[in-house]
Write a new protein. Structure first.
Length: 556
């Protein structure tokens, strides 16, 4: 069954019906290289590249690199890596900085036609003259500067003859326009900063609104798709294009879609940077962050993120998507893909008293029940095992289906055991559980004993064969669903102090050669991924998500 078209696709289909040629269809993803991409960008990436795939149209990757004070090459490299990891390939790699000469020439053209002027007021004064949504702005005293003087001053700004903050170039539109963005917006400012691509060739830099539409035009982007907060900018986008008319090529069309707002997180690059700089998280790829790099390190897969975006849909109005939908997407993906292994996170020793000392055997365990064609793996078994401490109680009620004294449970892929006694330390803590096993009850042996039904099944690892591992247990970074909603409260006050805990665990020996970013299901515990810090000398795993949504139950 085919899915219905979303509203952007309807717009494109209507353009085709009006005579627009499919040959002229082109999209772009235009990130600013001033930080790492996050889950909100995933929606924009998927929207543009999926449209490109659907209509067999090219998609450009264009870096809107107009602010050298905040942009770095490392962000450019990370953005390219993230998009490739998601499974997309762009047609042309473009940079707004490639168009600086053309943008400057066009700005001079607007000056020569009386549509732009140099304002010599400071930014605070200019802002104070903007007016309010219900009252008009005030004309700058420099608004009617002679064209020749504006041309000379703008050329001097480009030549570095004026200090930062002394002049800006503004479009000459309408200081009483209902849309305040049309009240003579700033087009250029002076910045003596080294640009990551152009070096010190420029000391004036164009602002986003002046750069964006013109860059789309140069690249012949047909449909410029922006998030909803840019809808008020559309009038200005069109004004600049019309001011430069007659243009001899196709004018791009800006259309807006609702951005991806996710509960229990923040996606502002400024706020993400603040979390990093203040040491709340380690870096842009911290698994608690909603950055693509962080999600990848947490264990999210490209397919899970693309499926999540598809499930969230393309909307016209802003909404908040619950984190549980993202977690559901990764569970669904990893349930099919992730190999099953056994690990014990909070171990207590279990000794089978009637199992021969020194005996070892290999048991068979499925790799993934969703992919039976993968076959099985071997798991070493011995007299001395480790199980989860919470899987045993000396005394328990009838609803406790795990191990207790005089009660039988099955060891996963192994034998039925029965609790007999415990050994405690001087403080009364259990240090060892003594049990017996039924030698005829091995799983899959085909004997009558192996078919016996017991209510509980426990995972385990053989103590002499187990590998020590560092396991990082991650929880949601914030304790409230909208941490930055109240502008009067520092969003960092909502940080979850238990968002990360690091424990020493034990895993089955098949994981010895596991590689970074490989996903596994720790049976009965959840999905985990090998961290980038892991190597042959130190296994490190990150918890991706539990086997079920326990957070929703805790917060209802």
């Amino acid at each position: 069954m085919e899915r219905p078209l979303h509203f952007i696709e309807h717009i494109i289909e209507e353009d085709f019906a009006s005579g627009f040629s499919k040959q002229n269809l082109r999209f772009r993803f235009p990130p600013e290289p001033n930080g790492y991409l996050h889950i909100g960008h995933v929606k924009a990436i998927c929207l543009n590249f999926n449209l490109g795939e659907c209509y067999n149209a090219p998609v450009n990757l264009r870096f809107d690199d107009t602010n050298p004070a905040k942009e770095e090459q490392q962000f450019v490299d990370a953005i390219k890596e993230n998009i490739s990891w998601l499974g997309y390939q762009w047609d042309s790699e473009c940079y707004a900085s490639d168009y600086f000469d053309q943008l400057y020439d066009w700005a001079q053209e607007l000056i020569s036609r009386g549509l732009a002027y140099v304002d010599s007021q400071d930014s605070e004064t200019i802002a104070s003259q903007k007016g309010t949504p219900t009252s008009p702005g005030i004309n700058s005293p420099f608004r009617d500067r002679p064209i020749e003087e504006n041309q000379q001053l703008f050329a001097e700004m480009k030549a570095g003859k004026h200090k930062e903050g002394t002049h800006v170039l503004r479009a000459k539109i309408d200081m009483s326009a209902p849309n305040m963005l049309l009240r003579d917006p700033v087009m250029y400012r002076i910045l003596f900063k080294i640009h990551h691509r152009t070096g010190d060739s420029w000391c004036i830099y164009p602002l986003y609104d002046w750069t964006h539409g013109q860059s789309d035009y140069i690249e012949q982007v047909s449909h410029s798709l922006c998030s909803l907060e840019f809808k008020p900018h559309r009038d200005l986008y069109n004004w600049f294009l019309e001011a430069l008319s007659p243009l001899d090529k196709i004018a791009p069309k800006q259309r807006e879609f609702a951005r991806m707002n996710l509960s229990y997180t923040v996606t502002s690059k400024r706020k993400l940077m603040e979390l990093i700089q203040e040491g709340v998280v380690k870096d842009w790829d911290d698994p608690r962050l909603p950055t693509i790099a962080g999600l990848r390190r947490r264990g999210y897969t490209p397919a899970s993120l693309r499926n999540f975006v598809d499930a969230a849909g393309v909307a016209k109005r802003d909404n908040v998507i619950d984190m549980s939908l993202l977690e559901y997407s990764i569970r669904e993906d990893l349930n099919i893909k992730a190999p099953r292994v056994m690990a014990v996170l909070n171990p207590v020793k279990l000794t089978i008293s009637n199992y021969p000392e020194g005996k070892e055997e290999l048991l068979e365990g499925e790799i993934n029940p969703e992919q039976p064609e993968l076959g099985s793996r071997t798991i070493p078994f011995s007299k001395h095992l480790l199980i989860e401490r919470e899987d045993f109680k000396e005394e328990a009620n009838r609803k406790f289906f795990r191990l207790t004294i005089d009660k039988e449970v099955r060891l996963k892929n192994g034998y039925i055991i029965k609790g007999e006694s415990v050994i405690k330390d001087a403080s009364g803590n259990i240090t060892e559980i003594i049990c017996t096993y039924d030698p005829e009850s091995k799983s899959g042996s085909g004997t009558e004993a192996s078919m016996r039904k017991v209510k509980g099944t426990l995972h385990w690892v053989s103590e002499p064969h187990a590998l020590a591992a560092e396991v990082r247990l991650y929880d949601r970074l914030f304790q409230v669903s909208a941490p930055d909603q109240d502008k009067e409260v520092d969003f960092k006050s909502h940080v979850n102090p238990s968002s990360l805990s690091i424990i020493k665990a034990y895993v089955e020996p098949s994981l010895k050669t596991a590689k970074a970013f490989e996903n596994f299901q720790f049976q009965r515990l959840g999905y985990f991924v090998v961290d980038a810090d892991s190597d042959l000398n130190k296994l490190v795993f990150n918890k991706t998500v539990g086997l079920r949504d326990t957070w929703a139950k805790q917060n209802n």
